[in-house]
Write a protein that binds this ligand. Structure first.
Ligand code: AMP
Length: 113
């Protein structure tokens, strides 16, 4: 298995896992860009948003629900937070396994760079 996030989901690489269920896993980003920076990923390998199949729509909705639940748990839901899904080289996607960044705990400027 070569995909980094598949290996984290499988427990082959250590990570700070904060949530796990049969569909998704969430762990803290190794290089946090905000006081709260968590990645929510599907347990099954999906390379990016551009490769989501019609039958995976519900799964993707689940990722957003998990992100919102974790935002509440982390205490950032009231002040606000940002979900980011970088897709492809122009957006800087560096791991080819779909992941939702949950960022919060500080003011986040807009537009992004
Ligand atoms: P992206 O650039 O949108 O593809 O996001 C990939 C994210 O994965 C980056 O924010 C990295 O800091 C993060 N990352 C890379 N390796 C690890 C790891 N071993 N554990 C946790 N996060 C990681």
């Amino acid at each position: 298995m070569t995909c980094l996030f598949c290996r984290i989901v499988a427990g082959e690489i250590d990570s700070d896992i904060v949530y796990r269920d049969e569909i998704s896993t969430a762990f803290r980003d190794i290089n946090p860009q905000a006081p709260v920076h968590i990645l929510v990923v599907p347990n099954d390998h999906i390379p990016s948003v551009a490769s989501i199949a019609p039958e995976q729509e519900q799964l993707v909705g689940h990722l957003l629900h998990v992100a919102g639940t974790l935002a509440k748990r982390e205490g950032i839901a009231t002040r606000g937070f940002r979900l980011v899904v970088n897709t492809g080289p122009d957006a800087g996607q560096s791991v080819d396994h779909l992941h939702v960044h949950l960022l919060g705990g500080r003011h986040l400027s807009w537009p992004p760079g």
